[in-house]
Design a protein around this ligand. Structure first.
Ligand SMILES: Cc1cc2nc3c(=O)[nH]c(=O)nc-3n(C[C@H](O)[C@H](O)[C@H](O)COP(=O)(O)OP(=O)(O)OC[C@H]3O[C@@H](n4cnc5c(N)ncnc54)[C@H](O)[C@@H]3O)c2cc1C
Length: 431
């Protein structure tokens, strides 16, 4: 895996990319049309978990809450449940190590997968990193060093671990548990460059990055970007005050995410997200939603609850889906629409069928604008970086956001104009 000029990781090497795919690549790339899909993997992995809902996939239970046992919630991005479950697997001897994402020693690339063999190591790697990472080195370590491993990953990573394990008996034997993170999309490394530009810092002087600084006194969904610079100075800003800080607008989104239909890591033994519904989104301590798919994970949850080390409430699939409403719109309705853009015969193979019927012009415009913002942000940031003029990107990003917020929230400069335009349309085509 190597960095491209847009700050994204891409497979390289002989015949490694899509133009001349090898048989191995086609079978293990999670976005390959020839790879096994999530439904089929989950049916193989969790035969005892019923398929109760096609949004959250096979599962035996779902919950909302957090870890009570210190310091997991305080150290986590959300309710600390990922690190708690991983620690519990380690402490009970189910595994010897966890593959997860850890801050580096300072400076780019800021984050990477690493093998944690103790609870202290695990806690040092807690928190969400919306940053490109790859599994290649840690999978090599798994092949080299015998043991039982758990892996933490976003949906496409968990899927690719299943696909790789299906071809590699050593990985299949050693990677025994999979912990999935819900995912809206993955950002490129240029998101950090943009943080620096907008925080009046030199991108080359960024030593460490925190995407979500926790402040218990403020709502959990008020994200704060925090940079530590060489020499120790720090700068920070709320995402709301950044041109590209609205997650839904899709700045710096990897183009593969346009073709993803798994929001909740359907192939993981247990998946974790944020409870983005009230009253939880206003609780600055952070609250998880979790989806359980195996008997062992259910036992860890039940025993943690009985011992008072977890505080969880059972919820249904609708509750989980409501916490990710925007993600499901983008990956169901939006994906169906995007699939109609591809030429016949060139459409990616997804579990969602191409369909644009019933979409209002405004919804179509939202999906078109989001895709244009994603593609445009990579290019504009690249130009701004190469000519050394950050303003080129930042001004473009604000202008694009004004259009986006007008479309989505009917506010800002374009909101009233778009509202008036929509009122002029025939009744059946309105939102
Ligand atoms: C790219 C990305 C997009 C996300 N999108 C959404 C979303 O749309 N909706 C939602 O509800 N939740 C989303 N999440 C998940 C959310 O940010 C939290 O990670 C999750 O709620 C778990 O919180 P926690 O406090 O239980 O985890 P913690 O206890 O903080 O532990 C997090 C664990 O995840 C590991 N980790 C961090 N970043 C990565 C990464 N990039 N790849 C693999 N492992 C990683 C850490 O090393 C750590 O082990 C996303 C996460 C990522 C990385």
């Amino acid at each position: 895996m190597e960095w491209d000029r847009f700050g994204q990781l891409k497979p390289t090497g002989p015949a490694a990319w899509m133009d001349t795919p090898t048989e191995a690549f086609s079978a293990t790339c999670p976005f390959s049309p020839r790879a096994e899909d999530e439904d089929s993997i989950a049916a193989r992995a969790f035969p005892d978990a019923p398929m109760l809902d096609d949004r959250i996939g096979r599962h035996v239970s779902a919950h909302v809450g957090a870890a009570v046992e210190a310091p997991f919630r305080e150290r986590g991005s959300s309710g600390g449940m990922v690190s708690w479950i991983a620690a519990e697997l380690l402490r009970r001897g189910h595994i010897d190590a966890v593959l997860h994402v850890h801050p580096g020693t300072g400076g780019a690339p800021y984050f990477g997968y690493r093998v944690a063999r103790s609870v202290d190591d695990l806690l040092a790697g807690a928190k969400s990193r919306y940053h490109p990472v790859h599994l290649a080195d840690v999978l090599d370590e798994v092949r080299r060093v015998p043991g039982r491993y758990a892996v933490v990953g976003i949906p496409c990573f968990i899927k690719s671990v299943h696909l790789a394990a299906a071809r590699d008996p050593l990985l299949a034997e050693r990677i025994t548990h999979r912990l999935g993170l819900f995912c809206g999309h993955m950002k490129s490394a240029r998101f950090v460059t943009s943080f620096a530009w907008q925080l009046d810092a030199d991108p080359d002087a960024v030593h460490a990055v925190e995407y979500r600084r926790k402040d218990e006194g403020r709502p959990a969904n008020w994200y704060t970007a925090h940079l530590t610079l060489d020499g120790g100075a720090t700068v920070q800003k709320d995402w709301w005050h950044l041109a590209d800080g609205d997650w839904g607008a899709g700045y710096f989104m990897n183009s593969a995410c346009n073709w993803c239909d798994d929001v909740v890591a359907e192939t993981a033994d247990i998946s974790f997200g944020d409870a983005w519904v009230e009253p939880y989104s206003s609780d600055g301590r952070g609250t998880n939603v979790i989806v359980v798919r195996t008997a062992l994970m259910q036992r860890l949850v039940d025993e943690g609850l009985a011992q008072g080390r977890l505080d969880l409430k059972a919820v249904d699939a609708d509750f989980i889906a409501d916490t990710q409403a925007a993600g499901f719109r983008q990956r169901r309705e939006g994906l169906a629409y995007r699939l109609t853009w591809a030429r016949r015969g060139e459409q990616p193979v997804k579990r969602v069928a191409p369909d644009a019927t019933g979409l209002t012009p405004r919804r179509r415009a939202v999906y078109r604008t989001r895709a244009a913002i994603s593609a445009g942000s990579h290019r504009m940031a690249d130009i701004a970086r190469r000519v050394g003029r950050p303003g080129i990107y930042v001004r473009w990003a604000w202008a694009a956001y004004r259009l986006y917020e007008g479309l989505v929230y009917a506010r800002g400069r374009f909101g009233p104009v778009l509202d008036r335009l929509e009122r002029l349309l025939p009744r059946g085509r309105r939102a």
